[in-house]
Design a protein around this ligand. Sequence first.
Ligand code: NAD
Ligand code: DAU
Length: 352
Amino acid sequence: MGKTYLVTGGLGFIGSEYVRLILTEQPDVELHNHDCQTYAGNPENLQKVDQLERYHYHKVDIRDRDAVYAAVEKIAPDCIVHFAAESHVDRSIEGPLLFVETNVMGTLHLLEAAREVFKKNPDFRFLHVSTDEVYGSLGDTGAFLETTAYDPSSPYSASKAASDHFVRAWGRTFGLPILITNCSNNYGPYQFPEKLIPLMINNAVHGKPLPVYGDGKNVRDWLFVEDHARAIDLVLQEAKIGETYNIGGEAEEENLNVVHTLCDLVDEIRGPLEAGKSRRELITFVTDRPGHDRRYAMDITKIKNELNWKPLYSFEEGLRKTVKWYLENTEWMSHVVDGSYKTYYSRMYDDR
Ligand code: NAD
Ligand code: DAU
């Protein structure tokens, strides 16, 4: 008999990529998705697979302890792959408490429910999907290792760091079979346009200003979302219980370079807004994000050597594929940038 997966946050950007991967490549898996559909949870992200009989959606809010316990007990999954979170740094600066409720308390409710499942199934696994932001900010050189001390800067990264600590504590204290992955910046189809890449593509298409924070020289390491989904499943299948893996694209870029490349790709594929005018002219430098981490870089030697994983997409290939996807899926974007997005955008950028 095939396995039963419980995915949380499977209507979000990375969660939906993972659900698509499992449902298309593992025909024996029965997959349950717990997602409460925040602004970031979008059923249209799964329109290609959600008709399958092996897919089951449950509207569960991980902040609701009783609902989590009841749902997890009923499903009795072989694994929980935990994506559900508030994920945007700027929103965490505006309203930190929700990040504690979802990312910390929500994770605790799942861990407690998981203990009950583990009592009846010794092969159970809990995989916590986390971020490189728990490690803080780097100077001009070096890269984060799995052993780098935690030093989070934003309410978002502090909440993810706290949840990582709780997951490890449940492993050490209660023997829960846990795994943690810490990944760098993802990009690709179905990403909500509050994040740098889809926001810039959407604005560039419509000839709107491209708001670059500070001097634009902050560095991020970029990974195509399909590569991340593949890495997560590999860790789930192959890693030793209790291990942590850093995941990244070995693709460090300054934000301004990323925005330049996006402008050039949109100009090339869609044609320029006006003859002889580059979309780069839309760039506007705006007030910096408070506590803005300067540079992230990931040392991914461990996952490469132990699990034989490496990113398959170069940043160049992945970015071209991503821009094409947004230009071809204008209906998806038009549904996403509805009233609440307009309010968010104006709150975040109008007086910046
Ligand atoms: P996202 O914001 O696109 O999606 C989050 C999903 O979680 C949504 O479907 C939302 O509805 C759901 N959710 C939020 N609160 C919930 C709640 N209380 N109950 C149930 N569901 C809830 O996020 P993402 O970018 O796909 O990130 C997924 C995970 O990966 C997060 O844990 C994030 O911290 C981590 N991560 C993200 C990145 C990145 O670059 N986006 C990188 C590393 C790690
Ligand atoms: O590193 C992993 C993290 O990457 C994930 O854990 C987070 O969930 C995810 O949101 C992402 O965090 P960042 O803050 O790095 O991503 P964001 O897309 O918000 O910003 C990327 C960089 O671009 C950052 O230096 C801020 C800058 N930026 C962002 C936006 C939205 C701009 O200059 N202008 C913008 O409008």
